[in-house]
Ligand binder design. Structure first.
Ligand code: GTP
Ligand code: MG
Length: 198
């Protein structure tokens, strides 16, 4: 199965994006697969349960990598892809061993993905941090890639989006709100266009 990795800084909304996007794509029971566990997916979570398990306002509350399969309609037929939700990246070497391990797993997924979705919180001042610069630099040039400008529902996001477009000049930018699902149709179209038919 193809893989799309969702990466970005801490608390930008990666997990909410993965959960709500999987629901938007028609997943009812969200069967998240933890990284490295051969036993198969966990029992399906409801949307509410998945949010409770994975989404948190506290930074680095969840240091695990987990994937959920979604089917994207598109030209020529459907594409099935596993979306990997990863812990937030920080610049430099984190002092906590658990954060370092989580970061290594996130970067491992980044290296092997068929599609990279780089999430940025545009409602945050100076939304393009050092870690974002690094992700945009490190990505393999041949891997399809888009910057997902998240939190467009929040005040200041329009100004943040303008700033982001200056920093990420030449890179594809997709404005969304993981909360309201604004922009999900364009995100789904862009993802389908960059992945092969099953
Ligand atoms: N208003 C608004 N809030 C959002 C949006 N996306 C995420 N949030 C909130 O931002 C907080 C962080 O969301 P998460 O999805 O846990 O962020 P994350 O990037 O997975 O965080 P880490 O895994 O710790 O790096 C939560 O309180 C979410 O409800 C959005 O588009 N709009
Ligand atoms: Mg998360």
């Amino acid at each position: 199965m193809r893989t799309a990795v969702v990466v970005g800084g801490v608390n930008v909304g990666k997990s909410l994006l993965v959960v709500n996007f999987a629901a938007y794509c028609g997943q009812r029971g969200l069967r998240f697969q933890p990284l490295g566990r051969a036993a198969g997916p966990l029992r399906p979570w409801s949307l509410g349960e998945a949010r409770r398990q994975l989404v948190s306002a506290a930074p680095h509350a969840i240091l695990t990598v987990q994937g959920v399969a979604v089917t994207l309609p598109g030209k020529g037929g459907p594409r099935t892809v596993r979306l990997w939700d990863t812990p937030g990246l920080v610049a430099g070497v984190a002092s906590e061993p658990s954060v370092r391990r989580a970061m290594a797993e996130a970067l491992g997924k980044l290296a092997e993905a068929d599609l990279i979705l780089h999430v940025v919180d545009v409602a945050r001042p100076n939304c393009w941090g050092e870690a974002d610069h690094a992700v945009a630099e490190w990505r393999a040039a041949h891997t399809p890639y888009a910057v997902v400008a998240n939190q467009m529902d929040r005040p200041g996001a329009r100004e943040g989006l303008k700033q982001l477009r200056r920093h990420a000049a030449g890179l594809p930018v997709l404005p969304v709100s993981a909360l309201t699902q604004q922009g999900f149709a364009s995100l789904r179209r862009a993802m389908a266009a960059s992945l092969p038919v099953d």
